[in-house]
Design a protein around this ligand. Structure first.
Ligand SMILES: [Zn+2]
Length: 189
C-alpha cells in the first residue's frame, strides 16, 4: 500500500499497479487521517482482491484457448448445421448471437431456435463450440439428465473440461469488468 499526503480537502484512493494507493488530506488531524486510511483501505480491499483474481484466473487456465473466427450469425448458423448434421440430425430453427448477459446460450423447445450470448462472439473458440453443442443437444433433450449429457458427449467428448473452463472464463470476464470499472473510478472521501 502507498500513502501520499496531499494539500486537498478530500481524501481518495484507488488501485494502481496491483496495490492500494491512498491520497490523504494533509489538512486533517492525525486521528482523522488514520480514520480515512482505515476506511478507504477497508473499501478498496475487495477491489484489490478482484484485480489479483483477474491476474490468476485470467492468465493461466485460459491461455491455451484460441480466439474464435466465428463472429457473425451466418458463420454461427453454418457451423451449427454442420455439427447437427454430423452428430444429431435434429430439426433446428435459427441460430443467432443475442445480447444476453445472464446465460451463455438458450434453446427454445417450441421454435427450436438457438441463441448464443454475444459475450462469446470472438471469444475462445473451444468454449463457443461447447455452448453451441450444448444448445443443439437440448433439441433432443430439454433438460440436464444423463441422457442429455450423453448427447453432448457424442460431439464433445471433453465437455467436462470445457464446462469447467467456461465457468473460469465467466469469472475472468466479471473480474475484468470490475477491474476496468475500479480503474476509472476513484473513491473519494
Ligand atoms: Zn443446458
Amino acid at each position: 500500500m502507498r500513502i501520499v499526503f496531499k494539500d486537498k480537502k478530500h481524501s481518495s484512493g484507488t488501485i494502481k499497479d496491483g496495490e492500494i494507493v491512498l491520497y490523504i488530506s494533509s489538512r486533517l488531524s492525525r486521528a482523522e487521517q488514520l480514520r480515512h486510511i482505515e476506511e478507504l483501505t477497508r473499501r478498496l480491499t475487495p477491489r484489490l482482491e478482484r484485480a489479483r483474481q483477474l491476474h490468476l484466473v485470467g492468465a493461466d487456465p485460459l491461455m491455451g484457448l484460441t480466439p474464435s473466427p466465428v463472429a457473425d450469425d451466418a458463420a454461427l448458423a453454418r457451423w451449427a448445421r454442420e455439427i447437427n448434421e454430423r452428430h444429431y440430425g435434429f430439426a433446428m430453427g435459427q441460430v443467432r448471437f443475442r445480447k444476453q448477459e445472464s446465460r451463455w446460450g438458450s434453446c427454445s423447445g417450441r421454435t427450436r431456435n438457438i441463441n448464443i450470448s454475444h459475450r462469446l462472439r470472438g471469444g475462445p473458440h473451444e468454449l463457443l463450440e461447447y455452448v453451441l453443442i450444448h444448445e443443439i443437444a437440448h433439441l433432443g433433450e430439454l433438460n440436464h439428465s444423463p441422457r442429455f449429457w450423453a448427447l453432448v458427449e457424442r460431439a464433445c467428448p471433453d465437455w467436462r473440461e470445457r464446462r469447467r473452463l467456461l465457468r473460469q472464463y465467466g469469472e475472468y470476464l466479471r473480474a475484468r469488468e470490475s477491474a476496468a470499472a475500479s480503474e476509472t473510478s476513484k473513491l473519494v472521501w
